[in-house]
Design a binder for this molecule. Structure first.
Ligand code: HEC
Ligand SMILES: [Cu+2]
Length: 353
């Protein structure tokens, strides 16, 4: 759009940035969201002025004293086509532009840093994989994509950071994600934008965006001692998951090492990709996804594990890149390399037989 009238566009963009109606643009996505928004505002104003001018103009031109007799017009194909096709074109531009932006906002880059957020009446609880926990606060480094995986422990909430131009519903029973990359150090408001009960308006927090060095120092100073995966490992043992998921080929449950991010074949002949949502569901509704070759004997853990615990378990299973019990397959160099870069080059275990 910007090539149509660069001067006007520049003027409007500057006006928008200076206006108190618009929060600062503090993420990489913000200028893109604002450009689309500005486009919508501009075409809306053009439409308003055009329709308003025609209404007023025609009222004057065809008022009773000037044309007492109404003349019936059968219609004009050219006119109708014009006022149909031009708006259609504009709406399609807005649609395609919006869709591209949507995919950009909701598909996190693969190198994104992971943070979990649990919404509950009435607070936001953030958990970093290193084990740092925060309430109504979120510390992040600038210049690095951050993916927030969130869920609600009770009712619908909505996690919104206006300065980053992102917002996503936190839903009970389902993981949702959103990502952003902060561009400037600073403090930015977090709001809940879904009416969620009496103290909804107090469900407010702050993002603190810091330089990478300051973030590293914060992370080192605020760790609770155990990472999420370590908490998950403890939970895995205390809930007795080990009994069936020992990693032993003769075990009653499937080996969970490398299962994350792989595509597995289910008993009913379909396949599924194991992501966070799959793992959560496999633990709470085991009979829904029975992998081929296994009996549906896993008990449900519904009501026994809270969302924080689920996140710990999911993080633990995610980090099981190598076979955790069958020691002969454990390759230490592989293990340390996957642990340092966080990605799993060998995670695609492929379709299970
Ligand atoms: C009584 C044995 C048993 C126990 C205890 C058990 N599981 Fe399972 N688990 C299974 C079996 C069998 C399957 C495959 C069939 C099914 O889903 O019912 C399975 C499937 C899974 C899957 C899906 C894996 C895949 O490849 O699709 C996950 C994840 C899982 N279990 C995690 C857990 C966790 C976490 C716990 C502890 C909270 C646990 N299990 C406790 C037997 C068990
Ligand atoms: Cu809320």
């Amino acid at each position: 759009m910007s090539h149509i009238s660069p001067v006007l566009w520049q003027f409007l963009t500057n006006w928008m940035k200076a206006s108190p109606l618009f929060p600062p643009e503090a993420s990489t996505i913000a200028p893109y969201a604002d450009a689309l928004y500005l486009f919508l505002v501009v075409i809306t104003i053009i439409g308003l002025v055009l329709v308003g001018a025609l209404v007023v103009g025609f009222s004057v031109r065809y008022r009773k004293e000037r044309s007492p007799e109404a003349t019936q017009i059968e219609g004009s194909t050219l006119l109708e086509a014009t006022w149909t096709l031009i708006p259609l074109g504009l709406f399609l531009i807005a649609f395609i532009w919006g869709a591209l932006l949507y995919f950009r906002i909701y598909n996190p880059p693969t190198n994104a840093m992971q943070v979990y957020v649990v919404g509950k009446q009435w607070m936001w609880k953030a958990e970093h994989p290193g084990g740092q926990h925060e309430i109504n606060a979120l510390h992040i480094p600038i210049g690095r994509p951050v993916q927030v995986t969130m869920i609600s422990q009770d009712v619908f909430h909505s996690f919104s950071i206006p300065d980053f131009r992102v917002k996503r519903e936190a839903i009970p029973g389902r993981y949702t994600t959103v990502w952003f990359e902060a561009t400037q150090p600073g403090r930015y408001h977090i709001f809940c934008t879904q009416y969620c009960g009496t103290e909804h308006s107090g469900m407010i927090g702050w993002v603190t965006a810091m330089t990478p060095d300051a973030y590293a120092a914060w992370a080192a100073g605020s760790t609770s001692g155990a990472s999420l995966a370590q908490n998950g490992e403890r939970l895995f043992a205390s809930l007795g998951c080990n009994a069936c998921h020992s990693g032993d080929p003769a075990a009653r449950g499937p080996n969970l090492a490398q299962v994350y991010d792989s595509r597995i074949r289910l008993q009913d002949g379909t396949t599924a990709v194991v992501d966070d949502a799959y793992l959560r569901d496999a633990i709470l509704n085991p009979s829904q996804h029975v992998p081929a070759g296994y009996a549906p004997i896993m008990p449900t853990y519904q009501g026994q594990i809270n969302e924080d615990g689920m996140i710990d378990l999911v993080e633990y299973i995610k980090t099981l890149h190598s076979n955790y019990r069958v020691q002969q397959t454990l390759n230490t160099t592989q293990l340390s390399s996957t642990q340092t870069n966080g990605a799993a080059p060998e995670a695609h275990a492929g379709v299970k037989p």
